[in-house]
Ligand binder design. Structure first.
Ligand code: UDP
Length: 244
């Protein structure tokens, strides 16, 4: 489907240039139409991975909406002379979408993270938005043999919005490959967001988020992230090489 908002290319992948109200109204129009859609929140490491992983690259190209999620992607937009009107981290987008879903009676499904985390996420969001219709929850530690049961659980619930918290790039590829079977209207990969929304992990303080240092806070909380984050300088280097 051709995008109807301007897209900026970062490392060869189109990212939609939308502010939050425009993004929410785009989501609303997707919910009112028939076809299932994929929404990707893109960060620097995902874009680097997509250069090397054809299935992830295909998910990026086929996605109906690609939202800039991180300070790195925001910076790439500025360097290209096309700053994004907003950077919307997945963890915030879930909240906006759940608030809107509660107002409009849309249902949501939380799939992913360790056992109990998706339930706790749903519980917390329901405390905040009591009218939120939770169609179901499932943990993300299914095996190949039980994967079809997880898909069936979502398909039976036929939610309007499906949040998928698996690891990157698996979640984007998984959504792309299963979108037709999931019977949801919009599916979105949300990485570690349930861990934050459920209260299992803390989010960076506001000043760090504003300073673009959320990645550093996450590194302090989960030092095992150091290996994948060591590729961040490569992202900036490649964006510089990629300048028009
Ligand atoms: N996860 C999962 N099943 C798996 C592997 C990971 O549900 O087989 C979950 C994990 O519990 C975590 C999320 O996927 O909640 C991945 O989070 P991570 O912080 O790695 O992702 P990021 O936010 O960096 O994209």
């Amino acid at each position: 489907m051709p995008p109807d908002s301007p897209r900026t290319s970062v490392l060869g992948f189109g990212i939609d240039s939308l502010d939050l109200p425009a993004l929410l109204s785009r989501v609303e129009s997707f919910l009112s139409s028939g076809a299932p859609r994929q929404l990707i929140t893109a960060n620097a490491l995902m874009l680097l991975a997509a250069r090397e992983n054809p299935a992830l690259a295909e998910a990026f190209r086929a996605a109906d909406l690609v939202v800039p999620d991180s300070a790195g992607v925001a910076m790439a937009g500025r360097w290209r002379g096309r700053p994004f009107p907003a950077t919307i981290p997945g963890v915030e987008l879930i909240e906006h979408l759940c608030r809107r879903a509660a107002e409009t009676g849309r249902s949501v499904f939380f799939l992913g993270a360790a056992p109990g985390v998706a339930e706790k996420t749903a519980e917390r969001l329901k405390e905040k938005y009591p009218a939120l219709r939770v169609a179901g929850t499932e943990n993300g530690y299914f095996r190949r043999e039980t994967e079809s049961l997880a898909i069936l659980a979502v398909a039976r619930a036929a939610p309007d919005l499906l949040f998928v918290a698996l690891d990157v790039p698996r979640q984007e590829i998984w959504i792309r490959q299963n979108l037709g079977r999931l019977k949801c209207k919009i599916a979105m990969g949300v990485g570690g967001s349930f861990d934050v929304l459920s209260g299992r992990l803390k989010r960076a303080p506001r000043w760090m988020r504003i300073a673009g240092l959320e990645w550093f806070f996450r590194l302090l909380q989960e030092p095992s992230r150091a290996v994948r984050m060591s590729r961040l300088p490569e992202f900036f280097f490649r964006v510089l090489l990629d300048r028009p």
